[in-house]
Design a protein around this ligand. Structure first.
Ligand code: B12
Ligand code: SF4
Ligand code: SF4
Length: 401
């Protein structure tokens, strides 16, 4: 059997929904675009993504000496909505990006890609090396070069039939394989993802500014979420699918690798008050082997505070008040902001909940020792004050800090 046919057979046996081959050559245009993103600060604080890293990540030779081909493989992650439980405790729920509803996709890919690489080494005597996501290879540009799809304005690789709902991994090999042709499609005049993005993170020519991206902040950012953005986060607590859900390509096809299906409703829509009550050990127990580990405990609890500020119910206020005493200043500061939002949101409709939130902030203010948290408390009390100060806008605060 011809080498490529055999490699595709091996890859399909691993369950990949799509497998394509690109020539292993440096992707200069992708590097130039990625370096421009770095220079303009659009990669935010993802410190590992230096120009040197981006140069390596677009050059297969530095990933595998003598590489001739890059095999790109995809697993779909468009799980159907899980059914809500018949009876559920009161309180608001957050949203988790679909790719993270089930098990950690890195593990799912790693196992399969490493087996594929081993089979190539054993059957063909060629070298082969696997990578997924955090490895030093930019998967989207290689998938583009391999003709797996086209780059949407959302920057997602859109795979015909599947749209943006495809996770990617790759194997570089010294085996010479016939490359697949690129596909000539584009988004045309569509701008739905740009309109769907709540924070304006996608420019009209299809570039992302990670500094504005909910996915970046809820997953990668380890510090405070800029004040001016928080009110736009809605109920997202890990990742964001707005630009994917807005995309017409692949909308009606719900297909997912079994590992990515949510075992329960809570996996997709966790109760927010429960999340902010998690300590380190409970966090580990609940999220071990799931993508949410990436946010770490403090990050996820911070995100849950922001979501509660936006969509929390009066019955969630006591959980936020408890979070004012969290050991992490990051959590305390975002809990203060969220309570300020609750005062604003409930002032006219549920006055006792608004009063409870205000009283808690006032009580905490003199006890708080962290300067940034003190500032958050002061702002929460000012921004949520009745009449003139309330015109600062929802969650606005005076600056994006
Ligand atoms: C850093 C990163 C992020 C960052 C930055 C994202 C971004 N758009 O830049 C953040 C945290 C925001 C993020 C978010 C998400 N991510 Co992400 N992320 C990555 C990671 C680790 C690196 C990507 C990167 O370097 N971005 C920097 C930009 C500059 O590079 P790039 O997008 O890869 O490629 C660009 C250039 O090469 C350029 N380009 C290429 N060829 C050419 C040619 C020409 C002529 C020009 C002008 C430009 C050009 O255009 C590309 C698109 O902008 C990859 C995994 C990997 N190792 O590649 C996953 C990856 C891109 N992410 C993925 C996913 C699923 C997501 C989320 C959907 C998760 C979620 N639901 O919350 C969101 C989607 C947000 C979005 N619209 O992009 C998938 C995408 C799969 C797909 N079908 O596209 C990947 C591939 C992970 C994986 N292994 O499956 N992500
Ligand atoms: S992931 Fe969310 S915030 Fe980021 S670009 Fe897409 S819609 Fe905008
Ligand atoms: S929503 Fe429209 S513009 Fe955006 S990626 Fe999908 S097809 Fe392209």
């Amino acid at each position: 059997m011809e080498a490529k046919a055999r490699v595709l057979e091996l890859a399909r046996a691993e369950g990949f929904a799509t497998v394509r081959v690109a020539r292993a050559e440096p992707l200069r245009k992708a590097f130039t675009a990625a370096r421009a993103a770095w220079e303009e600060g659009r990669l935010a604080d993802m410190a590992w993504m230096t120009p040197e890293w981006l140069a390596r990540a677009t050059d297969p030779e530095t990933f595998l000496a003598g590489a001739k081909s890059v095999i790109v493989a995809g697993l779909p992650c468009h799980s159907p909505e899980p059914d809500p439980p018949a009876d559920s405790p009161p309180g608001a729920r957050g949203r988790v990006a679909r790719y993270a509803w089930g098990r950690d996709y890195h593990r799912t890919f790693e196992k399969r890609l490493r087996r594929l690489a081993r089979a190539i080494r054993e059957e063909f005597g060629a070298d082969a090396r696997a990578t997924v996501d955090y490895g030093p290879l930019l998967e989207r540009p290689f998938a583009l070069a391999a003709g797996m799809g086209w780059l949407g304005k959302s920057t997602m690789l859109l795979v015909p039939g599947f749209g943006p709902w495809m996770l990617l991994g790759a194997v570089a090999t010294t085996l010479e394989l016939e490359p697949d042709p690129r596909i000539g499609k584009t988004c045309g005049a569509c701008v739905r993802c740009i309109v769907a993005c709540p924070t304006g993170a996608i420019s009209p020519d299809g570039r992302i500014d990670s500094r504005l991206c909910i996915s970046y902040h809820t997953i990668e950012n380890r510090g405070p979420i800029p004040r001016g953005l928080r009110a736009k986060f809605g109920s997202w607590v890990f990742g964001c699918d707005e630009c994917l859900e807005g995309c017409p390509v692949g909308t009606h096809r719900f297909e997912s690798h079994p590992d990515f299906l949510p075992p329960t409703y809570d996996h997709a829509y966790p109760r927010l008050a429960e999340l902010i009550g998690l300590d380190d050990e409970e966090f580990r127990r609940r999220f071990q082997g799931r993508p949410l580990m990436r946010a770490k405990r403090d990050g996820l609890v911070r995100n849950a505070c922001v979501a509660l500020g936006n969509v929390g119910l009066p019955e969630d206020v006591p959980a936020l008040i408890r979070a004012l005493e969290d050991r992490s200043p990051l959590v305390r500061g975002h809990a203060a902001w969220a309570l300020g939002r609750c005062i604003e949101r409930f002032a006219d409709s549920v006055a006792p909940a608004a009063d409870e939130a205000r009283a808690a902030l006032e009580a905490r203010a003199p006890l708080e020792t962290d300067p940034w948290v003190r500032e958050e408390i002061a702002l929460a009390l000012t921004v949520s004050a009745p009449a003139p100060a309330a015109s600062a806008g929802p969650g606005g605060g005076p600056h994006v800090g």
